[in-house]
Design a protein around this ligand. Structure first.
Ligand SMILES: O=P(O)(O)OC[C@H]1O[C@H](OP(=O)(O)OP(=O)(O)O)[C@H](O)[C@@H]1O
Ligand SMILES: O=C(O)c1cc(=O)[nH]c(=O)[nH]1
Length: 184
C-alpha cells in the first residue's frame, strides 16, 4: 500500500484547519472529550473531499471490493468521494448508504444504493472513536448477505476502534491519526 505523502500532508493540514474544534464535547458513544473532529467540514469540502477519495483508494488498493459505504451520515460523503476518485481513474466503484434503521415507507430498505447481497464491500467511516458506528454498518451488511472485506476510516482517534473492529474479524486502516493532526 503506497500513500501519496504530499496528498496526505495536505489532507492533514485541511482537517486540522477546517475540522478540529477544541472544547468539552459529548461524543456519539456518550463519552466526554476535550476536542471534536467535525469531519463533515472536511468530507464536504471542495479540496479535502477529492484527497479523501484518492487516498482511501490508495489505502485499500490491495483489497478486493466493488462498493463502499457505511452508516449514514458520516460515511456517506466518504463513500461518494471514493466512488468519484475511482471514476476519475477509469475504475468502477459503487456506493451504498446504511440507514440507522430501515425506512418505513417506499422500498423499506436499510441499505440504499447498489444491491450488496453476494458482493464484496468496504465499510467506511469519517472518524472512528469506539468503532460502534461502523460495526453497526458491518452487522447490517453481513445480515444483507454482503462480504465485508475491511474497514477504512479517515481519522482514527486512537480510542479502541481498531481493537473492536479486529475482534469482529476485519482488518482496519485509517488515513490520519491524532499525531498527524497535532493532537497526540
Ligand atoms: O466510532 P464511534 O464511537 O461510533 O463514533 C464515531 C461516529 O460518530 C459520528 O457520527 P454520529 O454518531 O455523531 O452521527 P451522524 O453521522 O449521524 O452525524 C461519526 O460520524 C462516526 O460515525
Ligand atoms: O466519537 C464521536 O462521536 C466523534 C468524535 C469526533 O472527533 N468527531 C466526530 O464526528 N464524532
Amino acid at each position: 500500500m503506497v500513500l501519496d505523502a504530499a496528498a496526505k500532508a495536505e489532507l492533514a493540514r485541511l482537517v486540522s484547519e477546517l475540522a478540529v474544534v477544541h472544547g468539552k464535547v459529548t461524543l456519539s458513544s456518550g463519552a466526554e472529550a476535550d476536542y471534536y473532529i467535525d469531519l463533515r467540514r472536511a468530507t464536504l469540502h471542495h479540496a479535502a473531499s477529492p484527497l479523501i477519495g484518492r487516498l482511501l483508494r490508495q489505502l485499500t488498493a490491495d483489497w478486493d471490493y466493488v462498493a463502499a459505504g457505511g452508516l449514514t451520515l458520516g460515511a456517506d460523503p466518504v463513500a461518494c468521494a471514493m466512488m468519484h476518485a475511482a471514476a476519475g481513474a477509469g475504475e468502477v466503484l459503487d456506493a451504498f448508504v446504511v440507514r440507522k434503521s430501515a425506512k418505513q415507507h417506499g422500498m423499506q430498505r436499510q441499505i440504499e444504493g447498489i444491491e450488496v447481497a453476494g458482493q464484496r464491500v468496504l465499510a467506511v467511516e469519517d472518524t472512528s472513536t469506539t468503532g460502534g458506528s461502523v460495526l453497526t454498518a458491518v452487522e447490517a451488511l453481513r445480515a444483507h448477505g454482503a462480504t465485508v472485506v475491511g474497514v477504512a476510516t479517515v481519522v482514527d482517534r486512537g480510542t479502541g476502534a481498531r481493537e473492536v473492529i479486529e475482534e469482529a474479524g476485519l482488518p482496519y486502516r485509517y488515513l490520519l491519526d491524532l499525531a498527524d493532526l497535532g493532537l497526540a
